[in-house]
Write a protein that binds this ligand. Structure first.
Ligand SMILES: Nc1nc2c(c(=O)[nH]1)N(C=O)[C@@H](CNc1ccc(C(=O)N[C@@H](CCC(=O)O)C(=O)O)cc1)CN2
Ligand SMILES: Nc1ncnc2c1ncn2[C@@H]1O[C@H](COP(=O)(O)OP(=O)(O)OP(=O)(O)O)[C@@H](O)[C@H]1O
Length: 181
């Protein structure tokens, strides 16, 4: 299956996923995340502001803040780069052309070296740890130069044994994928 078709299929499945089940599973995944050594050791955590059908990141942001960790969020930059900016509350976020909420860019506070990055995605292959994203290649570019810990949270419909989309040389495997037991 073409990558674009795989994306469309996953987006449709995520949109159709029942909300109560999604909420329960998201809570479970966040609980797993905050039990990890990597979470405890991380002082700075990069995540995203989730869109309507993505795994909700609100619980991650709240847990990080409650634990005194700095939350970093991506701002999309030219040439498919991301700048990770400290999160200062929902009111400081701006909607991008793509429809995602983003922090404003400030060169004084960019931090592209978080201790832990929570990587968003549409599907994850359990055998090779590759992911299917939205197609911008933002995280592949970022992870190619990243030295910290990378983790994704996968709902059951995002979890596949083997990639059913073409995997390419630039696709960066994740260190860890959390799933519902
Ligand atoms: N919540 C959330 N934030 C995120 C991501 C994500 O997956 N989820 N990203 C994960 O990467 C980055 C943003 N990803 C993006 C991916 C595609 C396009 C985009 O403009 N797509 C165009 C066409 C692309 C093209 O022409 O090649 C479009 O679909 O209209 C924008 C942002 C950073 N923030
Ligand atoms: N390290 C890289 N250097 C240059 N180009 C890259 C790199 N990684 C990915 N790309 C380019 O980005 C494009 C999109 O990649 P891909 O389809 O894997 O995105 P994705 O992982 O689904 O998206 P995202 O990471 O934004 O969620 C590809 O066409 C590829 O050419």
């Amino acid at each position: 299956m073409k990558k674009s078709d795989a994306r469309a299929q996953q987006i449709a499945a995520l949109k159709a996923y029942p909300q109560p089940q999604r909420d329960r599973e998201t809570t479970d995944l966040v609980k797993q995340l905050i039990g990890l050594e990597a979470w405890h050791h991380a002082r700075t955590i990069a995540t995203t502001v989730s869109g309507p059908f993505e795994v909700a990141t609100g619980g991650i942001i709240a847990a990080a803040q409650a634990a005194g960790k700095q939350v970093l969020l991506p701002k999309v930059m030219p040439e498919r780069q991301m700048a990770f900016m400290p999160y200062n509350g929902m009111t400081s976020l701006v909607r991008s052309n793509f429809g995602l909420l983003e922090p404003a860019y400030d060169e004084q506070t960019v931090n592209n070296a978080p201790d832990l990055v929570i990587v968003p995605g549409l599907a994850y292959a359990m055998d090779t740890h590759v992911r299917l994203g939205f197609g911008g290649g933002y995280y592949d570019r970022f992870l190619a130069k990243f030295h910290g810990v990378s983790i994704s949270l996968a709902l059951p419909i995002q979890q596949v044994q083997t990639a059913f989309w073409p995997v390419e040389g630039f696709d960066m495997p994740l260190q860890q994928i959390l799933t519902i037991n």
